[in-house]
Ligand binder design. Structure first.
Ligand code: ADP
Length: 326
């Protein structure tokens, strides 16, 4: 049995059924304590159902959710030690920023002075204390996001649950907010479980990436392991940056940046050329009909540009091929 530290969030044979649909199928997993966890996978794979069951916004069909060894599966959301931050910030439009953040404390009967002091401390943490008296409508999207974060954190959760918290933001703000989330998680030293369908977001944020597919966890681990050592073809394709090729009756992954275009090698027809700034993605089709992408550093590409329709030769170090499970 694995060594237990406090703060462990654990899923034990967790299942969620909606009628005939099995959204989460017998999932068991121990999340590393006080870490930034990203749950990712394609739409419909069961991420939100998992998160909502942890939060208590969805009933558990089978199995259990443990926090610090105690079964929280049947507790009401407010008594679990978890808090959820929603994608749509759902702030109360008629309440000031400060009262929005203090709201759940008011419901718990905390006196006004204490709850306002606590709300101001959280607003300070998300750098929104100077706008405490504004109404939500007087804030930008990014500022509303921070208030929603403070509101979720005011209950001092052990686990903060975030359902695609950045998807409503423009790309520039999204990158800034994700750095903020990471900083907050580190400062607070609690577990964040963040659902995303963005691989880049997961790689940038996570201490642990949990990749789901078809209602189960397909692979979990540090982002670098999951990205560079995908266990299955699904993970290799979903995390991106890899080609999957057949070889000697097995399937292998080879990184696209390790496929080079050379004078000799596997002949392939160029089907697409995409400029990506620091590199150029050259998509090709081999005679066997396999699609192989080569990521060429931009200076190398432009020294001898290639066009769709041309035939090139592909090469890579066979020792760098990574065998995938069937
Ligand atoms: P994800 O968050 O990965 O997109 P979900 O957990 O939302 O996946 O959904 C997993 C599966 O469960 C999907 O097939 C979805 O259609 C189904 N599902 C989700 N919520 C409900 C619901 N309230 N009623 C019926 N089916 C649902």
């Amino acid at each position: 049995m694995a060594t237990r530290t406090s703060n462990d969030l654990e899923l034990v044979h967790l299942t969620k059924r909606y009628g005939q649909t099995v959204a989460v199928n017998d999932v068991s997993h121990i999340f590393p304590p006080a870490s930034y966890i990203c749950l990712l996978g394609p739409s419909g794979c069961g991420k939100s159902s998992t998160l909502r069951m942890i939060a208590g916004h969805e009933t558990v069909s089978d199995g259990a959710i443990l926090l610090d060894g105690a079964d929280i599966s049947h507790l009401p959301p407010a008594r679990r030690g978890t808090a959820m931050m929603f994608q749509s910030y759902a702030l109360f439009p008629h309440l000031s920023v400060k009262d929005n953040v203090a709201f759940s404390l008011k419901m718990k009967g905390v006196d006004k002075e204490t709850r306002h002091a606590r709300a101001m401390k959280l607003l300070d943490l998300v750098a929104m204390d100077h706008l405490a008296d504004r109404l939500p409508a007087q804030l930008s999207g990014g500022q509303q996001q921070r208030v929603a974060l403070a509101r979720a954190l005011v209950t001092e959760p052990r686990v903060l649950l975030l359902d695609e918290p950045l998807s409503a933001l423009d790309p520039f703000l999204r990158i800034r907010m994700r750095a903020e989330l990471k900083r907050l998680q580190r400062e607070l030293g609690i577990t964040f479980v963040h659902v995303t369908h963005g691989q880049d977001e997961a790689l940038a944020l996570a201490d642990e990436c949990v990749v789901m597919n078809n209602a189960v966890i397909e692979q979990a681990g540090p982002p670098r392991d999951v990205w560079s050592k995908p266990r299955t073809e699904f993970v290799a394709r979903f995390m991106g940056g890899h080609n999957v090729i057949g070889w000697d009756g097995a399937r292998y992954a080879i990184r696209a940046d390790e496929v080079s275009i050379a004078a000799i090698g596997l002949p392939a027809a160029v089907t697409g050329v995409e400029y990506q700034g620091d590199r150029v993605a050259v998509t090709t089709k081999t005679e066997a009909g396999e699609e192989i992408v080569s990521l060429v550093p931009e200076d190398r590409f432009f020294a001898a540009p290639i066009n769709p329709g041309e035939t090139v030769h592909l090469g890579w170090d066979q020792g760098r091929m990574h065998r995938l499970e069937a």
